[in-house]
Design a protein around this ligand. Structure first.
Ligand code: ADP
Length: 270
C-alpha cells in the first residue's frame, strides 16, 4: 500500500487548496494507531541513511514549505530523530543578505544542495522567490513568472546530477494557525517563537494560498514532486513525511561500497 500517491501532485496540475483537507489523517483514527508504523520507519531510515552515506554517490534533498506555524521546525526535529547528524545538512532560508541579493536568486540555494552521500533539508527554499516575493511584489510580475520554468530546469539539472528531490507543502487551516499563534502568546516556553510580523503575513493568507497553488501546480515534476501534506495533526504530518522519505530511499536502494580486495587476508596483530 503506497499512501504517497494520494498526496503527490501530478505535473501541470491546477491546484485549489480548498479541495485538500488539512485535518485529513488518512487510514488512521488517531495518533495511537500510527505509533508502531512511525517507529518502524524511524528504524528503517537509520539504516537507509547509513547506506546513502556509505555509498557516497547520490543525495536526497527535502524541501519544506508552509505558512507560518505550519510545522517546518517540528518536522525537521522528527526527521532528525531517525538520522545520523553527520550525514545531514539543514539549511534555513530567511530574507536574502546584501551579498545574496547581489547574485541571482538560485545562487544561495545551489550552494546548500546536499553533497554526495548526504541528506539535505531546506527550511523554506527558492520557492520563497515565487511566494513572499510575489505576494509583496518585491520584483515585477514578469520576473517572478519566469521563475517557475527556471526552478523546474534547476531541479531537473540537480536530479540528473544525482540529487533526488522531495518537496512538501505543510497544509494547515487558517483556524489552526490562529490556535498555534495564540499558543505562542499564552505559553511562556513558546513566547520566543512569536513574531509580530507573522500577523501581517496572516492578513495576506489568501494571496499566499494563491501563490502556493501556482507554485505547487507548475513545479511538481517527476524529477521533483510536490506533496500536499495535511498538517493540522502534527503526528500525521510527521508520519506522512517520514513514510515518503523512507519509501523514496528504499527505491533509491543505496548500497554499501564493495570491500577493498584482499580484505580477507588482513591480519590484525596483537
Ligand atoms: P522563520 O520565520 O521560518 O523561523 P526566518 O525568520 O529566518 O525564519 O526567516 C523567514 C522569513 O524570511 C520569512 O518571512 C520569509 O518569507 C523570508 N524570506 C525567505 N526567503 C526570502 C526571499 N527570497 N525574499 C524575501 N524574503 C524571504
Amino acid at each position: 500500500m503506497s499512501l504517497i500517491k494520494d498526496y503527490r501532485i501530478k505535473p501541470d496540475s491546477q491546484i485549489n487548496l480548498k479541495d485538500y483537507n488539512p485535518s485529513d489523517t488518512g487510514p488512521f483514527k488517531d495518533k495511537n494507531e500510527a505509533v508502531e508504523d512511525v517507529e518502524a520507519d524511524r528504524q528503517k531510515l537509520i539504516v537507509l541513511q547509513e547506506r546513502l552515506y556509505a555509498e557516497k554517490r547520490r543525495s536526497l534533498l527535502i524541501v519544506l514549505q508552509g505558512m507560518d506555524t505550519s510545522g517546518k521546525d517540528g518536522t525537521i526535529t522528527h526527521v532528525m530523530s531517525g538520522v545520523n547528524p553527520q550525514g545531514v545538512q539543514v539549511t534555513g532560508f530567511g530574507p536574502p543578505s546584501p551579498e545574496e541579493l547581489a547574485h541571482d536568486y538560485l545562487w544561495r540555494v545551489h550552494q546548500a544542495v546536499p553533497s554526495r552521500g548526504h541528506l539535505g533539508i531546506f527550511n523554506r527554499s527558492h520557492y520563497e522567490d515565487v511566494l513572499v516575493v510575489r505576494v509583496h511584489q518585491l520584483v515585477p510580475e514578469k520576473v517572478w513568472r519566469a521563475r517557475y520554468q527556471q526552478i523546474n530546469d534547476f531541479e531537473r539539472q540537480l536530479n540528473e546530477s544525482g540529487t533526488t528531490i522531495l518537496k512538501f507543502f505543510l497544509h494547515i487551516s487558517k483556524d489552526e494557525q490562529k490556535k498555534r499563534l495564540q499558543d505562542r502568546l499564552d505559553d511562556a516556553t513558546k513566547n520566543w517563537k512569536f513574531n509580530i510580523g507573522d500577523l501581517a503575513e496572516r492578513k495576506l493568507w489568501d494571496d499566499y494560498q494563491q501563490a502556493y497553488e501556482d507554485a505547487l501546480g507548475k513545479c511538481s515534476t517527476d524529477d521533483a514532486p510536490w506533496h500536499i501534506v495535511p498538517a493540522n495533526r502534527k503526528w500525521y504530518r510527521n508520519y506522512l513525511i517520514m513514510r515518503t522519505i523512507v519509501e523514496t530511499l528504499e527505491k533509491m536502494n543505496p548500497q554499501y561500497p564493495p570491500p577493498p580486495p584482499d580484505l580477507g587476508k588482513v591480519v590484525i596483530e596483537d
